[in-house]
Design a protein around this ligand. Structure first.
Ligand code: 4AD
Ligand code: MG
Length: 476
């Protein structure tokens, strides 16, 4: 007798003796168990011979219980499945009190499921989302491996602020009851980490640059942290970022890489996880139908994904984008309040979404931003006021990628750091890259959860990461 997963079992030919372990989704009429083991969205129907099963066992077959079933795989008599199991033996591995089990066989709100994040992957939606997340992360590694990149691990605890935005969580090894004090009696945080001031990383970019300048093509894919107190549907305090970095590549090459990469990973899930995607596509479609016509999405999820893989991203300079926004009339319903008064301001998400969803109607790569609104390390253009930055904007998401060509000239970089009060001692190793064999190089960062949001059609970033960390939530 072979023990299969349900995904494997559904591809087997009947009849044959099988055994299976899983969790009961529903138990109907003392006969029909819908069993799920997480290997697929589909349940297998297990038909219990209730006349020959003791009443106390039947009572323990409840939603959420873990069971071990042996039986014969047979062609199904009923509709909705091709095979089912005629149960010959059932052992309850773990009971689940039907009065208390939070995941009832009904539609729960995402808010409720967020409070039960430890159990929510027992629902169809969350199991589909998390299987897709897993497939996407595999696709990321596959893309870079197929294209000659080395995977490097960048540190989590770091002394530098890669983005210079001051949004860092402090890491401290001090004894809170007996911290070292300064002469004035205040706590001396400069001794945080065995004598150094340290934080959780906001980006692995600066370290990735050091490896790009020796190994050529590298990427990191790891957790990053931002201590920004923003409670939006697109921000997390802990998120995963994919950051490739390539030597001898300019901004145009960076755009080509990012576009090819995004198309490739989305194609990969379309080809390898169609079952979960079709389920989410239908779920979203049903949800859209409950909205007024004007607010409904114009495209279905799978069509949106295919659209991204089949169409070129529109490349537009920041200056052109500002002109477009200036010349656009505000929307009557004030959905997009996109009047821009002047060149130099940072774009708000409503501006980004206007450009992508209303104006160009396709993914957009904005480039050459004003130097003043971007990070210190970006390559200054010859105009002296813009930098070789790029942001990729996606429909429904806004900014999904942020990247740039890096400043490779030692003198220009030092000047920029001085202007922003970034001490050279903090980044002496970063400056060394510009002293010894400097060269044009570029890279970008993709927020993994924003990619998962796009690929699954989920509207809240808290629902695409197992245990979201936000100012409101770090329970699990
Ligand atoms: O634009 P960001 O801040 O760029 C960087 O960190 C660069 N060092 C990347 C690089 O060039 N290697 O962040 C990059 C991406 C954003 O476009 C967004 O997708 C995501 O990271 N991101 C967040 N995702 C979730 N929650 C947050 N709080 C995020 N902040 C940024
Ligand atoms: Mg950014």
């Amino acid at each position: 007798m072979t023990q299969y997963t349900i995904a494997q079992l559904l591809k087997q030919t009947a009849p044959q003796d099988v055994e299976i372990k899983g969790w009961v989704r529903t138990f109907r009429a003392k006969r029909f168990i819908a069993l799920n083991d997480g290997s697929t969205l589909n349940n297998i129907q297990c038909v219990v011979d209730f006349e020959n099963t003791p009443e106390d066992v039947l009572k323990r077959i409840t939603t959420g219980a873990a069971v071990h079933i042996k039986g014969e795989l047979i062609e199904s008599q009923g509709q909705g499945q091709t095979v089912e199991i005629a149960v010959t033996s059932i052992v309850i591995l773990g009971d689940s009190d039907p009065e208390k089990y939070p995941i009832q066989p009904k539609k729960h709100s995402f808010e409720f499921l967020r409070e039960n994040a430890h159990l929510r992957t027992r629902t169809n939606t969350f199991s589909a989302v998390m299987r897709l997340r897993s497939t996407l992360s595999f696709a990321v590694h596959k893309y870079f491996n197929d294209n000659g990149f080395y995977y490097m691990h960048t540190p989590i605890v770091t002394g530098s602020d890669a983005e210079g935005a001051g949004e860092m969580f402090r890491v401290s090894a001090l004894d809170p009851k007996n911290p070292p004090l300064k002469d004035d009696g205040s706590v001396d945080y400069s001794k945080d980490f065995f004598g150094k001031e340290t934080n959780l990383t906001v980006s692995g970019q600066l370290e990735a640059e050091t490896y790009a300048m020796s190994l050529g093509k590298v990427y990191t894919f790891g957790p990053t942290f931002r201590a920004e107190n923003s409670n939006t549907s697109r921000h997390l305090a802990e998120f995963w970022m994919i950051e490739p970095e390539v030597a001898f590549m300019d901004l145009a090459g960076n755009m080509d890489l990012a576009e090819d990469f995004m198309k490739s990973v989305i194609t990969y899930v379309l080809e390898h996880n169609s079952e979960d995607l079709e389920f989410l596509d239908q779920r979203l479609f049903d949800e859209e139908k409950t909205k007024p016509q004007a607010e409904r999405s114009e495209m279905r999820l799978i069509d949106k994904l295919k659209f991204v893989t089949e169409n070129n991203f529109k490349r537009v300079s920041y200056t052109e984008a500002i002109d477009i926004l200036k010349n656009s009339k505000p929307n009557k319903k004030k959905k997009f309040n996109y009047i821009i008064e002047e060149w130099g301001v940072d774009l708000q998400s409503e501006h980004e979404r206007f450009l992508v969803e209303k104006h160009f109607k396709c993914p957009v790569i904005l480039f050459d931003y004003p130097a003043d609104i971007k990070a210190f390390y970006m390559r200054l253009n010859e105009d002296g006021k813009t930098v070789r930055a790029m942001d990729i904007l996606f429909p429904g998401i806004g900014e999904i990628v942020g990247g740039s060509q890096r400043e490779e000239r030692l003198d220009v970089l030092k000047e920029k750091m001085a202007a922003l009060n970034i001490p050279e001692e903090e980044l002496w190793w970063y400056l060394d890259l510009r002293k010894y064999g400097t060269a044009v190089h570029s890279g970008f960062g993709l927020g993994f959860e924003r990619l998962v949001m796009f690929a699954t059609g989920m509207g809240n970033i808290k629902d695409v990461i197992p245990f979201p960390r936000t100012p409101q939530n770090a329970e699990f």
